[in-house]
Design a protein around this ligand. Structure first.
Ligand SMILES: [Zn+2]
Length: 288
């Protein structure tokens, strides 16, 4: 089942190849453990090594097309450049394309590593093609760019040692993704709109599966995810989109995903959400 921006580690993963190297540098996962020393950069890294650094692992046979698409569109590179121009994170955060074997894209705080899953290319393409969009290349790119920014939000929450509940952190990561996309202007607005649409499609698909699954059996739900439900994630993104530029996006207000009553407050809501992130990011900000 697709849970975009999926399992995010929260310090629970260990034993990754990078864990040893980064052990000296740990800030603790998502503010859950504050006992490590901040900023103890003891190994010799040049300034050029700091920031978001993209690499690709060898894909599994099933993911060859997805990996090739991801490389070809250079979306991880572009997102990383955008992030580096915006914030100086102070250490290296790896952004790695890989075959995830069923786990969703994630941020691993122990390894300071964002993992973007090749298999999500095919999954997102299938979802949008099922909704009549062919070949859905731009939709796939939009969703994956939003995913990179969402995971980067976790990386920054980690770097800033901000304290959130699991759900609060997921919401904040979504809000960071919205911030990064909306900073891009019209093209980013379009991508945020697609990301919201994806949550809407995903929610509809899940509801269909649950409806077919077990006759009234609660077990069909099985949703132990720390993210907000997909419909709410869609509504939030649309609210930020509308709130940031109502003139260009008036069509989303009063849609099935964003009710008119909420839309009326989205200007204020987005200003608040943006303000909180900008305040939190202040120590790292390079540009506005
Ligand atoms: Zn997340």
């Amino acid at each position: 089942m697709r849970k975009r921006g999926g399992y995010d580690g929260h310090g629970l993963r260990s034993g990754r190849a990078w864990a040893g190297l980064s052990a000296l540098l740990l800030l603790g996962g998502c503010g859950l453990s504050g006992d490590e020393t901040e900023g103890s950069e003891t190994n010799a890294r040049s300034p050029a090594d700091r920031g978001f650094a993209v690499s690709y692992e060898q894909p599994s046979a099933a993911d060859l097309d997805g990996a090739s698409f991801l490389r070809g569109r250079k979306l991880m590179e572009e997102a990383s450049e955008t992030l580096d121009a915006f914030v100086g994170v102070g250490h290296q955060v790896r952004v790695v394309g890989r075959s995830c074997g069923g786990e969703g894209s994630s941020y691993d705080p122990e390894a300071r590593r964002i993992e973007i899953c090749y298999e999500e290319v095919a999954e997102e393409r299938e979802l949008f093609q099922g909704a009549g969009r062919h070949p859905a290349d731009d939709e796939v790119v939009a969703v994956l760019v939003e995913t990179v920014f969402h995971e980067a939000g976790h990386a920054l929450i980690d770097a800033l040692d901000l304290s959130y509940t699991d759900r609060g952190e997921e919401d904040a990561a979504d809000q960071f993704a919205a911030l990064m996309l909306l900073r891009k202007g019209v093209s980013g607005e379009r991508q945020l709109r697609v990301a919201a649409e994806e949550y809407g499609l995903s929610a509809a698909e899940d509801e269909k599966v649950e409806g077919e699954a077990a006759d009234g059996d609660e077990a069909a739900d099985g949703d132990e995810d720390e993210h907000a439900p997909d419909r709410l994630r869609a509504a939030n993104h649309l609210c930020y989109l509308y709130g940031s530029a109502p003139g260009r996006n008036s069509d989303v207000a009063g849609s099935t995903l964003l009710r008119r009553a909420r839309a009326a407050g989205c200007g204020k809501e987005w200003a608040l959400v943006r303000g909180v992130w900008m305040k939190n990011l202040a120590p790292l900000l390079r540009g506005r």
